[in-house]
Design a binder for this molecule. Structure first.
Ligand SMILES: *Cc1c(COP(=O)(O)O)cnc(C)c1O
Length: 370
């Protein structure tokens, strides 16, 4: 039996009728950009995220880009980003012409380490982008205090953690403006590219909407040089359907995580996900660590179990960022994570039997090895 890293089938089969109805409604309406489906989804997602406003965008990277742009961050500014994140977080900073400054993660949570932030703040620092990595909320209270003390904006990257919270406040509701992604594989995924910003600030919401719509709020009147970074009606309609199921899907992910945690406890040299005090974890990814990661991944692959590495090369060592002048050894925690992390299958519909097979295959690997 083969177990893929990600399989949409169980999730999509369960909502097929609803999704087809959503498609039919958009198809019959003959209205495909900036209409009622988008408005409906934006208000539903704002309510879900407990923010006043949500503005749909073309994808998560564009959401972060427009968020930074709306805050007037640009050339000469520095933005703090975690050294262990998906490259999109960093690209958004580059898009506005600002300089990304990396902060090491905490080795237990893999999220940005609040104690490492202050040392990286300079007179040019304007904002910090906490990334709620793998689905776990960052320690937002401490980050918020530091941001206030140094008058920095917070722009959360909530691409992986819709529905997570820190001290009972949802991720995506802490920053002045926050970006999220509805890339198909995210916890809330469209059937194509999609994203959104969330904010409580009406001016920022308006700015993002105008910037993403050619700089225009009135057709053919352009206030600023904008972009085309809108969310389509069809994706908005699909997202409204899926949003209704998101809380159940998150619970399923958390259940799968509990099965793994139980079965893999004490196996080999594995380091299992750790959820920090005050944080909730929505388990977008279930990331384990081992010094034998490459061999383990090969062993699982031989047994037809799909895994991925999030992420094999940290941004500071990417060719795209040689301009920053970093080299190996500059961010050793991010580098350590890149060498030891392995993401196991976790998706709504993954059965307890599958989790047992995966866990047994991992135990097998270590019993032969040690
Ligand atoms: C997916 C992701 C993004 C980018 O989202 P897209 O919709 O793919 O552009 C940004 N940041 C993080 C942490 C992500 O996981």
């Amino acid at each position: 039996m083969s177990i893929p890293f990600l399989d949409f089938t169980p999730m999509h089969r369960a909502i097929q009728t609803e999704m087809q109805k959503a498609f039919q409604e958009v198809y019959d309406s003959n209205w495909f950009i900036q209409g009622g489906k988008l408005e409906e989804f934006e208000s539903q997602y704002a309510r879900f995220n407990q923010t006043k406003y949500c503005v749909g965008t073309s994808n998560g990277l564009d959401a972060l880009h427009l968020a930074l742009k709306a805050l007037n961050i640009g050339k000469g500014d520095e933005v703090l980003v975690p050294s262990n994140t998906y490259i999109a977080t960093v690209l958004a900073v580059s898009y506005v012409g600002a300089t990304p400054v990396f902060i090491e993660p905490d080795l237990n949570t893999y999220n940005i380490n609040p104690s490492a932030i202050e040392a990286a703040i300079s007179s040019r620092t304007r904002a910090i982008i906490p990334v709620h990595l793998y689905g776990q909320a960052c320690e937002m209270t401490k980050i918020n205090e530091l941001a206030q003390k140094h008058e920095l904006f917070i722009v959360e990257d909530n691409a992986q953690a819709q529905g997570a919270s820190y001290n009972n406040r949802l991720t995506g509701s802490w920053g002045q403006v926050n970006g999220t992604s509805f890339y198909p594989g995210k916890n809330l995924g469209a059937l194509g590219d999609a994203g959104a910003i969330t904010t409580n600030d009406s001016d920022i919401a308006r700015s993002v909407r105008i910037l993403g719509n050619y700089g225009s709020s009135k057709k053919y009147h352009n206030e600023v040089q904008g972009f085309n970074k809108r969310l389509d009606e069809i994706q908005a309609a699909f997202l409204s359907v899926k949003l209704r199921h998101l809380p159940t899907w998150i619970e399923q992910r958390q259940q799968i995580a509990r099965w793994y945690l139980e079965a893999l406890n004490g196996v080999g040299d594995l380091i299992l996900p750790f959820t920090a005090q005050g944080s909730t974890h929505t388990f977008h990814l279930f990331v384990i660590r081992s010094r034998h990661r490459n061999e383990l991944q090969e062993h699982l692959s031989k047994h037809q179990i799909g895994t991925l590495i999030h992420y094999p090369i940290p941004p500071h060592l990417q060719k795209a960022y040689v301009e920053l002048g970093h080299s190996k050894g500059d961010f050793t925690i991010a580098e350590e994570l890149a060498e030891t992390s392995l993401s196991l299958p976790i998706w709504p519909g993954l059965t307890r039997d599958c989790v047992a097979i995966i866990s047994d295959t991992i135990s097998d690997f270590f019993s032969k090895k040690l």
